[in-house]
Design a protein around this ligand. Structure first.
Ligand code: 3HC
Length: 298
């Protein structure tokens, strides 16, 4: 099956990042804004991403225009009816996602592949509300989607081999390097990355180092593009806490529970880059470590 038109439900960072990738790879995209409000901001964000490439001489303006012509942003979920593939990227709440999959079963053809970009929720739980279960899988992209090469294709309990094969070919076709992963909490990357970030936070709480020294150590000593605090701020502290809670819920090991500092920052609404404050204060250029976290407070 050739996937020509892709539906995306949710126009947050990941939804728009995937829209960017699919449209640039020549696919038609129907992106559905899942929360109330107009589509203007999502359209402007998408156009802005391609315009930056034009400004930096990486893309002709005519190519940008042709790519944007392939994308429809809408508030109408029914607009994904003719898509061969739908990826949901809505709020990380299992009840909301299950309700969406139930609706997609009615909206889409029985052959359409229905997938989730969830970070740590069970794809099998979403599959369970569907009549045609073999076509349900996970399709987990990484932020920033246009840059990160990996896609985890999640093999849920009743996902068929044909579905996995079509998704594998699709990912390779759009320039990604996919891996197939069994449907376990956090899959591969988040299952390893989440405890790594939690351990860094506990290390900060113990006073082993500062935010900056721990980040610098991991960048220079382990060859990573971002240190654990930069990464947590980049992902979003609400997302990191939710991933931690979901993994903890599954494995029930204290090691995976959200540390005190993470929860406190989230309670204060300091969610990282998107709120301009988290482990770092992004109102300063260059960002400085959040002064309230300069002392251990476990
Ligand atoms: N959209 C499009 N392109 C982008 C981009 C974006 N949002 N952000 C960066 N880029 C491009 C730049 O245009 C640049 O391209 P060029 O080399 O062709 O000019 C290239 O990426 C490098 O960008 P910069 O020079 O601006 O900055 P850096 O070299 O510092 O790289 C980074 C930025 C790619 C974000 C790098 O720091 C990185 O790889 N960080 C780690 C990201 C990571 O680990 N992501 C995974 C998070 S976990 C996740 O997503 C799972 C989820 O379930 C939570």
């Amino acid at each position: 099956m050739k996937i020509k038109t892709v539906g995306i439900i949710g126009t947050g960072t990941m939804g728009l990042g995937m829209a960017h990738v699919f449209a640039q790879a020549g696919r038609n995209v129907v992106a559905v804004k899942a929360t109330p409000g107009s589509t203007e901001k999502a359209e402007a964000t998408l156009a802005g991403g391609f315009s930056r490439l034009v400004d930096r001489g990486k893309m002709e303006a005519s190519e940008r225009d042709a790519i944007l012509d392939r994308v429809t942003v809408t508030t109408d979920e029914g607009a994904v009816a003719d898509c061969e593939l739908v990826v949901e990227s809505i709020i990380e709440d299992i009840a909301t996602k299950k309700a969406l999959f139930e609706r997609l079963e009615d909206i889409c053809t029985p052959e359409a592949l229905l997938t989730s970009n969830t970070s740590t929720l069970s794809v099998t739980a979403m599959m369970a509300v569907c009549k045609h279960r073999g076509r349900v899988a996970g399709l987990h992209f990484f932020n920033p989607a246009p840059v990160m090469k990996l896609v985890e294709i999640i093999h849920a309990f009743e996902t068929t081999d044909t579905t996995l094969q079509v998704l594998d070919e699709f990912c390779k076709d759009i320039g990604k390097d996919p891996v197939i992963v069994q449907d376990t909490t956090g899959f591969i990357v988040n299952r390893l990355l989440t405890p790594y970030m939690l351990n860094a936070i506990r290390m900060l709480e113990r006073g082993t180092g500062t935010i900056e020294s721990i980040d610098q150590a991991m960048k220079l000593g382990a060859g990573l593009p971002m240190g654990p605090f930069e990464l947590a701020d980049y992902i979003g502290l609400d997302v990191v806490e939710a991933m931690s809670s979901n993994i903890f819920e599954d494995v029930r090991s204290e090691h995976h529970a959200p540390p005190h500092t993470l929860t406190r920052l989230r309670q204060l609404g300091y969610l990282g880059r998107k709120t301009k404050k988290g482990f770092y204060d992004y109102s300063q250029k260059p960002p400085v470590q959040n002064p309230d976290l300069a002392h251990p407070f476990a």
